[in-house]
Design a protein around this ligand. Structure first.
Ligand SMILES: Cc1ncc(COP(=O)(O)O)c(C=O)c1O
Length: 433
């Protein structure tokens, strides 16, 4: 049991043992994770100079919102927003999002994919597919650089066994050999649930086209050997691709219909892609070879899972996203925000290319998304984070003993020089001490 859960149980037992007695097994296992949320809360109070902790995008001190979303708050009528939405989401929004998926992923062509099912954010999408596809003890393969909430969703709440595959080689690039080895080692179990997250949180890495093809081949060979695979693409940061050689589509395009034993699942949504984190609109989309009616049945099961959890997702948020997507300026506004982030990414590269930073840290390969991540050469990441926060008013996230995640999504371009100078100064002082 997680030590945080043990601590909470002890507190409850001390003050109200009867409450501990009635908690379910899951209730006893649950805790509120420390890590990113705690570090972000600390930075909110103490990062007076730069706050590079949050997985949101900010500009000039405000949320980076699309006017195409914001202007519709006033012009939605009661019938647009007050009735319950269906459990699987508004049909008009589902159809529109599928069109968008095809447009953003041209190699899908007209190939069969399900209608996207609406969830209340990608987190809810992840927990929904966890309920649909995982039994306690099933094996989940996660990248070794990951968003920590996967552990709570798959491990604590569903009781799945979690193992990791190495995401990156030391030379930079996806660790195909490591990935193949991990698949081979576990394919004897007959069923694998494999998660991909590109652009990756925390490193900001996205695979190249050839790496994506090789991942698809590796999964197909695993499937050929008799193992069923649920291949999940967490595309939270989809579209924010900064390098020419990066795959500009979802890995889902390569996994959809790759093998009858591979069920490809795409999770995406407005949270990060449309700069609308708090609206909580996301989607689950399936692709796998199958007979007529299969998608409808899967969509119904997914809707049933949502019905038995939150009943349905907020109609207001769905209506707003639909309006925004129909707005003539939607694409241009997204492109403009993309360019703001792409300029920040270029600037970070330029800054970190200076030799002097390499005494303190190495940069993980980074070509996309909201974040970049550095590996400290000799300092302990949590001690460094706290010193940065307390002595310099700079908030970053420590994601392991050696790694620091920096959200370029919430630091203006003009502040990046200062951010990295201060980080280097702090590291140099600590290394000298
Ligand atoms: C990889 C990844 N997936 C999912 C999420 C959550 O998305 P949502 O806010 O839509 O639940 C995050 C971050 O918040 C993330 O980093």
């Amino acid at each position: 049991m997680n030590p945080l859960a043990v601590e909470l149980n002890e507190t409850i037992e001390k003050h109200a043992p009867q409450v501990l007695r009635v908690l379910s097994g899951l209730g006893k296992e649950l805790y509120f994770p420390k890590g990113i949320l705690t570090q972000t809360a600390e930075a909110k109070q103490r990062a007076t100079r730069h706050n590079a902790t949050i997985g949101e995008a900010r500009e000039c001190g405000h949320s980076m919102g699309l006017p195409a979303i914001m202007r519709h708050f006033a012009d939605l009528g009661p019938d647009d927003v007050l009735p319950y939405a269906p459990s699987a989401g508004r049909p008009d929004l589902r159809a529109k999002w599928r069109e968008e998926i095809r447009e953003k992923n041209p190699s899908l062509g007209d190939g069969p994919i399900s209608l996207p099912v609406v969830t209340t954010g990608i987190t809810h999408g992840l927990s929904t597919i966890a309920e649909l596809f995982l039994d306690p003890g099933d094996l989940v393969l996660l990248p070794d650089k990951l968003w920590g909430n996967y552990n709570l969703i798959f491990g604590v709440k569903r009781g799945a066994e979690i193992k990791s595959y190495p995401l990156l080689t030391s030379g930079g690039g996806f660790d195909l050999d490591g990935f193949r080895r991990t698949l081979f080692q576990h394919s004897g179990r007959g069923k694998l649930f494999v998660l991909f997250n590109f652009p990756n949180n925390p490193t900001g890495y996205t695979v190249t086209e050839s790496e994506a093809d090789a991942i698809a081949e590796a999964l197909a060979s695993t499937a050929d050997a008799g193992c069923d695979v649920v291949a999940v693409c967490d595309d939270a940061y989809f579209g924010l691709f900064y390098d020419a050689e990066v795959l500009k589509e979802s890995l889902f395009t390569r996994l959809a219909n790759v093998h009858p034993r591979v069920l490809a699942v795409k999770l995406d949504g407005a949270s990060k892609e449309d700069f609308a984190w708090g609206l909580r609109v996301a989607f689950i989309t399936y692709a796998t070879p199958g007979g007529e009616g299969m998608y409808e049945a899967l969509e119904k099961k997914t809707g049933g899972c949502i019905r038995g959890g939150i009943s349905n997702s907020p109609n207001l948020s769905q209506a707003l996203l639909l309006k925004a997507m129909g707005d003539a300026t939607y694409r241009a506004e997204k492109q403009q925000k993309f360019e703001v982030l792409a300029r920040r990414a270029r600037k970070v590269r330029e800054i970190l290319a200076h030799e002097r930073f390499s005494a303190a840290w190495d940069l993980y390969p980074f070509n996309s998304g909201y974040f970049l991540c550095i590996r400290l050469r000799s300092l302990e990441a949590e001690a460094y984070r706290l010193r940065l926060l307390d002595s310099y008013g700079v908030g970053v996230i420590s994601t392991s003993d050696t790694d620091i995640r920096i959200a370029l999504s919430c630091v203006d371009e003009g502040d990046l020089d200062d951010l990295f100078e201060v980080m280097l100064q702090c590291a140099t002082e600590m290394m000298a001490a």
